[in-house]
Design a protein around this ligand. Structure first.
Ligand SMILES: Nc1ncnc2c1ncn2[C@@H]1O[C@H](COP(=O)(O)O)[C@@H](OP(=O)(O)O)[C@H]1O
Ligand SMILES: [Mg+2]
Length: 298
């Protein structure tokens, strides 16, 4: 990730120290700090409410994490725009083929935080599951000069796994596992509940093993750690589901694209970003060629 802009960061005052310390000024470190703060808040909500009412727990978690992210961004990055899953106008309503929306500020902003306060909401509500995350990404007009994704920073906190990945200290590129190196089964991470329609056929064709898990962030983290060789998704998703983990994957040197191989673009008028593939670079040509057989003809 090239520049770590700090143009709109608020200057810390002595009072900030009294309230628990000012966060980092560098954006990538700030993203990590923010994602971890929201993650701790989610752990607190989960511990306080328990799992008896899953629906109420999901709602409370979404709200608590969203409110925290919104408040800290307003406080520490007041000039920046925000796109959050939990915002009322985040999702575009289509009328007669046209997006029915008030043109949001973020489309003319030079810095936009793209956040998913709770990714893997379903898993968060299930007792014992750790596959859920907080996503904090920063899109900047400056970053567009060097990356098609325009992502300048990103952090994915996985508090129930005691793990955060972020662009301030990008994880090492995953080593090629022996299975892949010797032609054995590759492992493809996919949604537990809404996997792509073609993924079973794809796995059969590639002799691959499917690894179901929750949260796009956790699945991309699994590719980064080498627990999975690839993450393939299609059929629906939004920018906030992938921006932060894709920022980290790209900073790590991994391949991340749409399933037709085109770049992932963020801060678009319509935040729908329905498919993606993240994998090691050596695997990308083979995986994209196999997926292309399942795409509608152009
Ligand atoms: N078909 C679909 N349409 C819209 N969103 C989808 C989707 N499939 C997955 N997602 C979203 O992508 C994220 C990861 O999904 P999964 O855990 O199934 O892999 C989840 O985000 P949230 O938990 O933030 O809602 C989920 O809602
Ligand atoms: Mg999500």
């Amino acid at each position: 990730m090239g520049e770590q802009t700090q143009a709109s960061a608020r200057v810390a005052t002595p009072r900030d120290g009294v309230e628990g310390g000012a966060p980092p000024v560098i954006d990538a470190a700030f993203a990590r700090w923010l994602a971890e703060r929201a993650g701790q808040e989610l752990l607190r909500v989960r511990a306080e409410m328990g799992h008896a009412d899953g629906k109420a727990l999901k709602k409370a978690g979404d709200k608590a994490a969203h409110d925290l992210l919104r408040a800290e961004l307003a406080r520490w990055r007041p000039a920046d725009a925000v796109l959050s899953e939990e915002d009322e106008h985040a999702q575009v309503v289509w009328r007669e083929g046209e997006p029915d929306m008030v043109r949001p500020d973020r489309l003319s902003a030079s810095r936009v935080w793209i956040v998913d306060p709770l990714d893997g909401t379903r898993e968060f509500s299930e007792e014992g599951r750790t596959d859920w995350a907080v996503h904090v990404a920063l899109w900047t007009a400056d970053a567009c000069k060097s990356h098609a994704s325009c992502l300048a920073a990103g952090a994915v906190a996985m508090p129930a796994r005691h793990r955060t990945i972020a662009t301030d200290n990008p994880p090492a590129y995953p080593p090629m596992p022996l299975e892949s190196a010797t032609g054995g089964a590759i492992r493809i991470a996919a949604s537990r509940t809404r996997p792509p329609a073609f993924v079973t056929a794809l796995a059969e064709e590639l002799g691959a093993e499917l690894v179901p898990m929750g949260s796009a962030g956790v699945k991309i983290a699994a590719v980064i750690s080498g627990e999975a060789d690839a993450y393939v998704h299609a059929g629906g998703q939004f920018e906030w589901d992938s921006a932060a983990p894709v920022a980290v994957a790209l900073a790590t040197g991994l391949h991340a694209s749409r399933i037709d191989g085109s770049p992932l673009s963020y801060n678009q008028a319509d935040p729908k970003l329905p498919d993606l593939v993240v994998c090691r670079k050596d695997l990308a040509p083979r995986l994209l060629a196999a997926i292309s057989k399942h795409l509608p003809p152009q």
